[in-house]
Design a protein around this ligand. Sequence first.
Ligand SMILES: *Cc1c(COP(=O)(O)O)cnc(C)c1O
Length: 405
Amino acid sequence: MSFDVQKIRQDFPILQRKVNGYPLVYFDNAATSQKPQVVIDSIVDYYSNYNANIHRGVHSLSQEATDVYELAREKIKQHFNAKHNHEIIFTSGTTHSINIVASGYSEILQKGDEVIVSAMEHHSNIVPWQMLCEKTGAVLKVIPMNEEGNLLVSDYDTILSSATKLVFVNHVSNALGTINPIKEIIEKAHQYGAKVLIDGAQACSHILPDFQDLDVDFYVASAHKMCGPTGVGFLYGKSELLNILPPYQGGGEMIKEVTFKKTTYAELPHKFEAGTPNISGGIAFGVALDYLSAIGIDAINSYENELLNYATEKLLEIEGLKIYGTGKEKTAVISFNIEGIHPYDIGTIVDKLGVAVRTGHHCAQPIMEFYKIPGTVRASFAFYNTKKEIDIFIEAIKKAKMMLS
Ligand SMILES: *Cc1c(COP(=O)(O)O)cnc(C)c1O
């Protein structure tokens, strides 16, 4: 079956709108994806037809809501091939998920332990670990990267040791699009008994990780970058690791028994799910995964690659334009600058023409420091974008260049 992008575009109501008098060209998918009608409908359906708190009531509505919410957990488990449903913890997103693990390990790590992070992380996957190191006296080490935006795995080999306890790497860099060799990174860490957390926020709408095949210890992502709503995501962790991790927040739902002397905690996944969760968000997340699966992640990936190659070729025809992140294994993200022009000015002008791109450091200041630049313009494509939109974008960039140089 051929990839029918025009048909797919009809699923996304927002793609019909105009911005500043021009049809919207949405190339900021790495910041958040747009939502298909089925996902939007599922939220309306929940609030219209079976809104109730979950895991608590004996009444029918509560049971209905609980069943649908738990079905969403099952969908996530199946989509990513986790072993057990209780290994999927609903969170508010990637940042929340990382903080659960970092905060838990702050009670486990000791002075002199080492943790490893990569040079191309989102601030969400740097700052919680720095806080962890400050609390415990553990030492943070960094896997460096090269000019193309690839991690230097040979340097990783030399940093790893028996002192290494944890490794954190993103599956895909949000600023560069680089797909990191996470299977190799995980295998090497395991040789030293270290545990690995993969930040998959930028990966899961383009590639399909298999948690059991990767043998990954923790994997985190946000629904909103996979056509789902904001405010929901998950933490995957192997049962035996989640079981030894202390809870993150105290409250309702996460307890087995509470007395003023002592409280015992609930079993997984509830131990990490204190309070009323984002019920409609979790349900809509499940619907988003169904939607992506029906199109097929492989089909999405190969279509997006076409867009990536087409746009890269066209952009490189513009004089003075430099692309950051030129590794072979990339998702459809292009970070670039034009000599002598501030990225912010380009972003502002193309927005006047209806083109949405991101400008700035993309929450990855260490990468910008590496290239000695203040930021980049970042165009990131999704499977609902078209070559025609890329043509409009290229014309807009050329116009901006003319006006600014
Ligand atoms: C978006 C992103 C995050 C943060 O995700 P939130 O949904 O804002 O919590 C972390 N890491 C990467 C690589 C991202 O792209």
